[in-house]
Unconditional design. Structure first.
Length: 154
């Protein structure tokens, strides 16, 4: 459950900018929806994925930069673009966190939880085909994560 919350928060933070400066919700959607982004968060969490126009999210997450990388998929409507904000709606979460999106370049943005500027992730657009090639170029490096995941699940 915590993994899904972190993914949703990271994803929402990703729903942001196109040029330098804070993006309005619809601008953020145009900048982010359907594109593949790699992200790194303030406390070490990292991953990559995409937010679709329907608000669904699919990608990977590695909590605090340690341990195995997990694939996560969240349903349509998880990310909601409202007239004045971008928020995450998740079952079991007592609040609906909203996000600030700041475009830092034509291919990147910084997303943070509204009111908690220190809790942010930086997102950089990537070509998913190249990203897959990079991660499969060194299959032995990924092996310990796979082994650890299988051992823990058995």
């Amino acid at each position: 459950m915590q993994l899904r919350r972190l993914v949703a928060l990271a994803a929402v933070a990703a729903v942001v900018p196109a040029a330098a400066g804070e993006l309005k919700p619809e601008e953020a959607k145009q900048f982010v929806a359907g594109k593949y982004f790699a992200y790194n968060c303030f406390e070490g969490t990292s991953g990559a994925g995409r937010i679709n126009a329907d608000g669904s999210v699919a990608g990977t997450i590695r909590i605090r930069g340690t341990g195995p990388t997990h694939f996560v998929a969240l349903p349509a409507g998880t990310i909601k673009v409202k007239p004045t904000s971008i928020c995450a709606s998740m079952r079991g979460l007592p609040i609906e966190p909203c996000f600030n999106v700041i475009k830092t370049s034509e291919t990147s943005f910084r997303g943070s939880i509204s009111g908690l500027g220190f809790a942010y992730c930086t997102f950089t657009r990537r070509n998913p085909r190249l990203h897959i090639a990079e991660t499969t170029a060194h299959p032995r490096a990924a092996l310990p994560d796979v082994v650890a995941t299988r051992s823990a699940g058995e």
